[in-house]
Design a protein around this ligand. Structure first.
Ligand code: AMP
Length: 547
């Protein structure tokens, strides 16, 4: 028997309409590329997004067409999210930190028909325009009087001129909730990137889930500053979660250094933020050096790569800020797990609580996970056994755009498909997951696995260490052994032997790095993660002492 409830589709346009109606005067504040602060409200954002949707449809954009962006976090980017998605087309966010050749490849693979860009990225547009024949116009996201000229880009259009051609009488269409709303390519450290195509339904469900108290816990009383970029996995869904709950948004634009962020946190009363660990290193360094405290900042979600325990402690003990460690991936929209304490933990010692908070956390309802061995046999949730992490859920991809890479799913005995994350993890009896490594990065020493993340986290806790990475290097007896690569803090001194001794008593003896190499910097990829492939290349000819 079928239930008898309405079949109202879950659409992204519904989120913004809700915000405009119920939180119409709540502000969206943006640091513009020009340097000034722009402010308007959800009501303004919804009206302009409709106008832009109308203008784009007059320009021939139709259902399913891909419209790309190369842009920072800002109000125009938000308008594009809703205008393009809301009209039934697909907002394709591109990471500007990728190489121009790779960007051109992505634009062509996606079949983008228009591309909107912040002025910072004009040089990228100039480099790729001639190689992207399907793009009908390149839309400069700037005021009309700041419209750039470029001999190398034909069909350079101004965003405001385009928007003004649309009518505010435009009404959001009611489309199938399973239609595509957004597209984001994986960072692709090996091989070509692959496209994750989000639906309206997956995006709305993800936004609901993210808002839950034990997930991001966002509310209309919050002022949220997403440092995490809108150009990669929709800023962890915040442009959807914030209007869904009616939170004020502060977009930091291109100025992501510690000082600029701190000033914005203070002037706008930011309560909540989200970003990758490298961003917070910069902010912590600034507030410590300047000897200042936060007056409104209470919580931040940290993920994208493992959050060093020392960072969780520093935020809590020095600044009274709660860190919510989170894990996810492009293929998961991206949220999978977040780490909050439950009632059962509240009576435990602070040290025991800290151990839990270092984990990547508990799944949000909607995501199912398990760990398996190489033969896909399920492994126990004992907090010790490592396994390949598989997930399923309504905001997890079923396949990549254009079927790239074939069917990515692994099927269980009941015929249910699971997405292999490529991560290796443990899950404890309470369901808290901890990432041990990417499966490609885990060190295999004498048939046993060593977690590079654990070794890196410990090294970052050393007072002389600014950043650390661990890679496996060949060893004649053990196959692979850990090599610790260190960037020292400016002016700090520490020796190889001191660093190795620092691990004593903290890890099993056979986990201790065999050697240390000091470098000026560690290569980071386009999403701020350590590029282990590059690091392994860099140390390709390195041989362990005595090996
Ligand atoms: P991306 O698709 O670029 O967002 O990268 C997803 C990958 O980043 C995951 O599969 C993990 O390997 C890694 N990752 C994300 N969050 C965390 C975290 N909190 N701890 C460790 N690794 C993480």
């Amino acid at each position: 028997m079928q239930g008898l409830m309405m079949d109202m589709p879950l659409l992204v346009s519904g989120i913004l309409q809700h915000a405009a109606r119920h939180y119409g005067d709540t502000e969206i504040v943006s640091r513009r590329v020009e340097g000034d602060l722009h402010r308007y409200t959800y009501a303004d954002c919804e009206r302009r997004s409709r106008q832009l949707a109308d203008a784009l449809s007059r320009d021939g954009v139709s259902i399913g067409d891909r419209v790309a962006t190369l842009a920072w976090n800002g109000y125009r980017h938000m308008e594009l999210y809703y205008a393009v998605g809301g009209m039934g087309a697909v907002i394709h966010t591109i990471n500007p930190r990728l190489h121009p050749e790779q960007i051109a490849w992505i634009v062509n693979h996606a079949g983008d028909v228009h591309l909107a860009f912040d002025l910072t990225f004009l040089p990228i547009v100039e480099a790729i325009a001639a190689h992207c024949p399907n793009v009908k116009s390149w839309i400069a996201m700037a005021d009309e009087d700041r419209q750039p000229a470029s001999a190398r880009v034909v069909n350079l259009v101004n965003y405001e001129t385009l928007l003004a051609r649309g009518s505010t009488d435009y009404r959001w269409p009611e489309i199938d909730e399973r239609s595509a709303a957004g597209l984001c390519y994986t960072s692709g450290t090996t091989g070509n990137p692959k496209g994750a195509m989000y639906t309206h339904r997956s995006t709305v469900l993800h936004a609901y889930a993210a808002a839950l108290p034990d997930a991001m816990g966002a509310s209309s009383r919050d002022c949220i500053l997403p440092v995490v970029p809108m150009f990669h996995v929709n800023a962890w869904g915040l442009p959807y979660t914030c209007p869904l709950v009616g939170a004020k948004i502060v977009f930091p634009g291109a100025q992501l250094d510690g000082k600029s962020l701190y000033e914005l946190f203070e002037s706008e009363g930011v309560t909540y933020s989200a970003g990758v660990p490298t961003v917070w290193l910069g902010l912590l360094q600034h507030v410590r050096q300047a000897g200042v405290k936060f007056s409104s900042f209470k919580r931040t979600v940290i993920g994208g790569s493992a959050c060093p325990p020392a960072m969780i402690r520093a935020f809590r003990d020095e600044f009274g800020v709660e860190v919510i460690h989170a894990w996810g991936m492009t293929e998961m929209s991206p949220l999978g797990t977040l780490c909050r304490l439950q009632n059962r933990h509240l009576r435990q010692s602070e040290a025991a609580q800290q151990k839990i908070l270092e984990k990547q956390g508990h799944v949000i309802f909607g995501v199912d996970m398990k760990i398996v061995d190489d033969e896909y046999r399920e492994l126990p949730w004992d907090g010790k056994t490592f396994g390949n992490l598989l997930v399923r859920g309504p905001w997890v991809i079923r396949e990549y755009f254009r079927g790239e890479g074939g069917d990515p799913l692994k099927y269980d005995a009941d015929g249910r498909g699971w997405f292999p994350t490529g991560d290796v993890a443990t899950i404890d009896a309470d369901g808290y997951m901890q990432i041990t490594d990417r499966s490609k990065d885990v060190i295999k020493s004498g048939g046993e696995w060593i977690s590079t993340i654990d070794l890196e986290n410990l090294a970052i806790g050393h007072p002389a260490v600014a950043n650390a990475a661990v890679i496996g290097v060949p060893h004649p007896k053990w196959d692979e052994r850990p090599l610790l690569v260190i960037v020292k803090k400016p002016g700090a001194e520490v020796t190889r032997d001191e660093l190795i001794a620092f691990y004593e008593g903290k890890v099993a003896r056979w986990w201790m790095p065999d050697d240390v190499q000091f470098v000026e910097s560690i290569p980071l990829g386009a999403t701020g993660k350590i590029l282990k492939t590059k690091l392994r290349e860099q140390f390709h000819d390195y041989r362990l002492p005595g090996a």
